[in-house]
Design a protein. Structure first.
Length: 319
């Protein structure tokens, strides 16, 4: 398996205990150095050679919980930044992971959901990814969301992702609960460091707050102001949500020409970013604004290729 010095993991191979020990060795120089750190943490209650032998056995292990020293090493050192970055990629609805066909996305999540990752709080990212693919299949993710609430420690971006999914799930049945979850998402987004992911989370928050203004309250001016809050230098996903949202809002306001301009901008940005799902959403808007069903047929072809039931339903909606 190929790795660089940063501990980059080959995503075509499931991350296992052998990979974990190899990363520790690359980072700290030797098994003896790792064993010494673990022994020092326990006041040298165990000798370093005993710990080193346990780590050598762990390096050959392909399943299970890793035993006492596997658990202690995980607690002491955590996972590499490269592995955590991959897990965050699986978790975020706004990542390119959601442009994979749903069955393939499910397979990848199962591929990674095993020890040592399954023994850490970082598994929350896999649960979030599974919740998203469950929604894409048109199914209820509540069991997965319940599991997420039992994770003892989550970074703010995972809290935001969870709250946005919860808000989406209850949005058609409980207005008060939706507002509470969106407020929780807003607080978590505020706690994250500036990054493209934060841009995207913020744009999703705005989109979920603007949707009922356009759909239920008919407060299109209010929705327009919300979408205009997304900065013009935001990440591509955020910009597609901005222009798609403004396009629908202006369409509702009867400004078809301006709505078409935003639809085409959303379509172009999604294309440049390589996002098929975002292209499908922009094509749907363009079909509505121009009254040209050829755009809708292109969008439906994308949904079928992705085996994305939820996207297909959204495209067939007349609202």
């Amino acid at each position: 398996m190929n790795r660089d010095r940063s501990g980059e993991h080959d995503p075509g191979h499931p991350f296992d205990w052998g990979d974990f020990v190899t990363w520790l060795t690359e980072t700290h120089g030797s098994l003896a150095a790792i064993a010494d750190l673990l022994a020092r943490d326990r006041g040298y209650a165990e000798d370093t050679e005993t710990i080193a032998r346990a780590l050598r056995r762990l390096r050959k292990k392909r399943g299970g919980d890793g035993g006492v020293w596997g658990r202690r090493a995980l607690t002491r050192f955590g996972l590499s930044s490269a592995v955590e970055s991959r897990l965050r990629f699986f978790a975020h609805y706004h990542s390119r992971f959601t442009d994979l066909p749903v069955p393939l996305a499910d397979d990848l999540l199962r591929f990674w959901d095993r020890p040592p990752i399954a023994n850490t709080n970082a598994r929350v990212f896999l649960l979030l990814g599974r919740a998203t693919t469950t929604l894409r299949r048109g199914e209820d993710p509540r069991d997965l969301l319940d599991q997420i609430t039992r994770v003892t420690s989550c970074p703010p971006e995972a809290i935001a992702e969870h709250a946005l999914i919860e808000a989406y799930v209850v949005s058609r049945s409980d207005e008060d609960a939706t507002a509470r979850w969106l407020d929780k998402a807003a607080d978590a987004i505020q706690a994250t460091s500036p990054s493209p992911d934060r841009d995207c989370l913020h744009a999703r928050l705005i989109d979920q707050r603007a949707y009922p203004l356009n759909r239920v309250a008919r407060d299109h001016e209010g929705a327009k102001k919300l979408y205009e809050e997304i900065p013009d230098d935001a990440a591509p996903f955020a910009l597609t949500r901005k222009h798609n949202g403004l396009g629908w809002t202006l369409y509702k306001l009867g400004e078809r020409e301006h709505a078409e301009e935003h639809a085409r901008r959303s379509l172009a940005i999604a294309g440049d970013a390589g996002s098929r799902r975002l292209r499908a959403m922009a094509l749907r808007l363009l079909a509505r604004v121009t009254k040209d069903d050829r755009y809708l047929k292109r969008a439906q072809a994308i949904a079928n290729a992705l085996e994305d039931t939820a996207l297909a339903r959204q495209l067939s909606s007349r609202s």
